[in-house]
Design a protein around this ligand. Sequence first.
Ligand SMILES: *Cc1c(COP(=O)(O)O)cnc(C)c1O
Length: 418
Amino acid sequence: MTDQTTGAPRPLPRHAAMDQFPSSGNELLIGGMPISRLAARVGQTPFYAYDRRLIGTRIAELRATLPEAVQLHFAMKANPMPALVAFMAARVDGLDVASGAEMRVALDAGADPRRMSFAGPGKSESELTQAVAANVLLNVESLREVRVLADIASRTGWKPRVAVRVNPDFELKSSGMRMGGGPKQFGVDAEIVPDLLREIGRLGLSFEGFHLFAGSQNLRAEAIVEAQQKSFELALRLAEHAPAPVRSLNLGGGFGIPYFPGETRLDITPIGDNLAQLAQRAERELDDAELVVELGRYLVGEAGVYVARVVDKKMSRGHTYLVTDGGLHHHLAASGNFGQVIRKNYPVAIGNRMASPSVEQVTVVGPLCTPLDLLAERMDLPAAEVGDFVVVFQSGAYGYTASPRDFLSHPQPVEVLV
Ligand SMILES: *Cc1c(COP(=O)(O)O)cnc(C)c1O
């Protein structure tokens, strides 16, 4: 397709996410391997590929920016692939799990249970027992959880380690997904935390600290700084009611990554500066508690791609459709149905035509019988043919396990760590 006024080829829109993955000629390189060869190595499309080197770079950058005293945790629900979790376990300070099954994967990966925490509403008695047996820190989210833990302790003699997940009395501004403030199913409302702390003391549970998680996918450093600041102040106030010194204060995370045109990278420098001040204050004012940040998406989201193959190319009333063997059932978020209000395209490329000059506007769909099954809508892409690879970037978090993979009973994607 050409520019109508000049006749010159229209330049392809290029998302910064793509710059992390170099190309060689027409071939996108993933983990250093040309996509066609990687697909042959994987043995099928569709697949997810996560690049170790990129994850390592992200962790190194965080380590260089966050104060040394701040513990960096990986929130596993963003990507619980066992090989990836093992990779992370060796590189971060701790893992945060959100189910009994995630806890098993983390323990298999060699994570130190003393450096693991378990959050999430509605933990079952079995999950609570598993976590106590494993000696994992429980971020308790209700009075019921505290009572069940006390029963487990009296039955087994094992001492539950607990932190209170607080539903703060403020909201994280400009967050993609708010998870604190106002009425919420997460955590315990700040105003009734003092009562819960009294109960924890009375029941003899081992109190270790507080957990606050205000929201997810935030690209504004000022908003994150403000939330961390307010979380710290709230923890200071609540600590007065605690049955034991605060040993750890988990300030959550919410660090976002840019998905859509116009979004810019989160600047983590001011967050690092603020955390350095908070770490000093924690030393003096909060029983020398250690500060924790827990990140999911920010650590792994940009390091992953989803790759599907074009199985049909159709015209409908002047519009071109690329039909692929992947879609919503594998990558709900890219289809726009995982928390988006107005659907926008994830960054997409044709992985074996990276240097192609011929551009056409296409809609990329999956094989499902629903108009929701979109991977890219009216996007300028290199002219593609059946057999080509459609690559969706920014797919390392909330992809494989956040998708309804049984919907319509198509073949499952696979995941590889490269
Ligand atoms: C989901 C979740 C995270 C991770 O959020 P990201 O936006 O992926 O960083 C961290 N902490 C808690 C408690 C969560 O539920």
